[in-house]
Design a protein around this ligand. Structure first.
Ligand code: SF4
Length: 257
């Protein structure tokens, strides 16, 4: 089987528009600090080990070619796992900046945000979409099944610190499933403390091992977030897109974008 491409899409994202993906992991099996119960990618032991998975030259070459053929709304660091595990993420952001004026976003599970150097790198982005599914360690363990050593409090502190220093658009994304559907008030209280520009209320609508919540349930949950700027997956439409390589998209599946 041919290796995955670094650049994929544009994909139709309900929260970002036409999003051209940059995958700094590109592994046939996901590499992530979580193994969420709703992940569309196959179950895999989570890890906190950072590494260089893809060379900057490869990112540069593929992105240059892609931008000759398509004009997306945004370039998004995402892909086969957690993009902040890529040690060359900072360099990648600078490389993308040299090639285009398009906004750059990241979809992250927030677990490495406590690191000060990581916060500096994230500050170079235009949009951060940070996952927060659980209001405590017990639910984090149940829903996100993190790598050893990942603690709820430390992750939350990282989210708050990153948000404080960030001048771009900062969104919290919460995937609601059976396990956390009764914790909307607690999650909303945390969101009020974080003060994001947007709270993305999601449930796994794409095929995975977990059943999505109904629109009625999600509407009820959204009420707990009153006063915050919310975006619910059931009340958005996706833009039309014309992916550069449709097969490549079929080979990639995850909860985002
Ligand atoms: S859903 Fe996202 S954060 Fe969770 S395991 Fe899959 S890739 Fe990692």
């Amino acid at each position: 089987m041919r290796p995955l491409k670094v650049i994929y899409g544009p994909v139709a994202s309900w929260r970002l528009g036409r999003s051209l993906g940059v995958d700094l992991i590109c592994s046939p099996k996901k590499i992530c600090t979580f193994d969420c119960i709703y992940c569309q990618l196959e179950e895999e032991k989570p890890t906190v080990k950072r590494d260089i998975f893809i060379s900057i030259d490869k990112v540069k070459e593929e992105l240059k070619n892609a931008l000759k053929k398509t004009t997306p709304d945004v370039i998004t660091l995402s892909g086969m796992g957690e993009p902040t595990l890529a040690e060359n993420m900072d360099e990648t952001i600078e490389t993308i900046r040299e090639l285009t004026n398009l906004p750059i976003a990241i979809l992250t599970n927030s677990t490495l945000m406590h690191n000060k150097d990581m916060q500096k790198s994230l500050n170079k982005l235009d949009i951060i979409v940070a996952k927060l599914d659980a209001p405590n360690q017990e639910l984090l363990r149940k829903i996100n099944r993190p790598a050893e050593g990942i603690k709820f409090e430390k992750t939350l502190r990282g989210i708050k610190e990153t948000r404080r220093g960030f001048r771009g658009k900062f969104a919290i994304q919460t995937m609601f499933v059976e396990e956390n559907k009764d914790y909307a008030k607690e999650l909303a209280a945390l969101a009020r403390d974080i003060q994001p520009d947007e709270v993305q209320i999601n449930t796994p609508l794409r095929p995975c091992k977990v059943k999505p919540l109904s629109q009625k349930e999600l509407d009820e949950i959204e009420k707990a977030f009153i006063g915050l700027n919310t975006l619910s997956v059931y009340h958005t439409t996706k833009p039309m897109t014309d992916p550069l390589d449709k097969l490549e998209l079929i080979r990639r599946r995850r909860d985002e974008p």
